[in-house]
Design a protein around this ligand. Structure first.
Ligand code: PDD
Length: 284
């Protein structure tokens, strides 16, 4: 796991260097993706690349490769690192230029970095469920952009970690948006409720897979913001995300969610989700 791609060049991680005036480093001026790898294959890579292009486009960063070129670079990296189960992290910053707030003049190329990490499926936690806290969503108004600026997410997640929890559930004036690094849904009377994909949340790829499964399997879904009150009375709560897949939340603010065990619909979704992965990447 010691390789890195820096601006299209595959090299040893220790040999890569980034200028201090890279705008990603100084301003968090860039975008990123985390793609899951199972059996050495990227899962939903087309969707991740599509979102990367959308994020970059919305802050006027032009990615200097085609999607196919980028995909091939990532494949080479995975092969080189002999990664079987893990993640590929990739980011594009606006590039290197003397520190000034406006965008640099044309001709400054974005800095591209990608590397892999071995990360197993969180099988035990998926069975036992995780704990979460609730906190204010203090982030900006373009949470749909997968921006390098994650301070709001980090502060929330740190609060969760200090409370011995895995995730922080974020809300704006009592309306639940998402988790600090995952999307959140609740189940009430057999119906799934989840925040609509607008500027207040990241439109998670795992969330989209979950919604497609629900449509196919006839599980009713309401894509509308739900309240903290509804959250506290949910039959089931679960998170979705690249690293967490479908993760039950069994304790919220120190109180059990329903009977304190992963709910039946959440468990079914986990099974369906696994089948989706297996269709693309082979047996898990
Ligand atoms: N996080 N919401 C937020 C704020 C996230 O950071 C993420 C993912 C998600 C889920 O999106 P997806 O299903 O596309 O992974 C929702 C990544 C994994 C991270 O920052 O590590």
């Amino acid at each position: 796991m010691h390789s890195i791609i820096l601006n299209g060049e595959l090299m040893e991680r220790g040999k890569a260097s980034i200028d201090i005036e890279d705008r990603g480093y100084q301003f968090g001026d860039g975008v990123y993706e985390v793609i899951r790898v199972y059996n050495g294959k990227m899962y939903t890579e087309a969707e991740h690349l599509e979102r990367l292009w959308a994020s970059a486009g919305s802050i006027e960063i032009e990615i200097p490769y085609s999607k196919e070129e980028l995909q091939n670079q990532l494949k080479l990296l995975i092969e080189k690192d002999q990664l079987t189960v893990g993640t590929v992290y990739l980011q594009f910053s606006r590039g290197v230029s003397p520190r000034k707030h406006p965008f640099p003049p044309n001709g400054v190329t974005p800095t591209f970095v990608a590397y892999t990490r071995e990360v197993g499926r969180p099988v035990e936690k998926m069975q036992s469920g995780v704990k979460a806290i609730i906190t204010d969503d203090i982030r900006w108004l373009r949470c749909d952009i997968k921006s390098l600026n994650l301070l709001g997410n980090l502060l929330a997640n740190q609060k969760a970690a200090e409370a011995g929890c895995d995730e922080a559930v974020l809300h704006r004036e009592g309306r639940v948006t998402e988790g600090s690094h995952s999307n959140i849904s609740i189940v009430k009377d057999g119906t799934i409720h989840t925040h609509p994909a607008n500027n207040f949340i990241l439109n998670g790829i795992s969330r989209r897979v979950m919604l497609e499964i629900c449509e196919r399997e006839g599980v009713p879904v309401i894509e509308e913001p739900f309240t903290l009150e509804e959250l506290s009375q949910a039959d089931e709560i679960f998170l979705t995300g690249t690293t967490v897949e479908v993760m039950p939340v069994v304790e919220l603010e120190g109180k059990p969610v329903a009977n304190g065990k992963p709910g039946p619909l959440t468990k079914k979704l986990q099974d369906w989700f696994k089948l989706e992965i297996e269709q693309q990447c082979g047996k898990l």
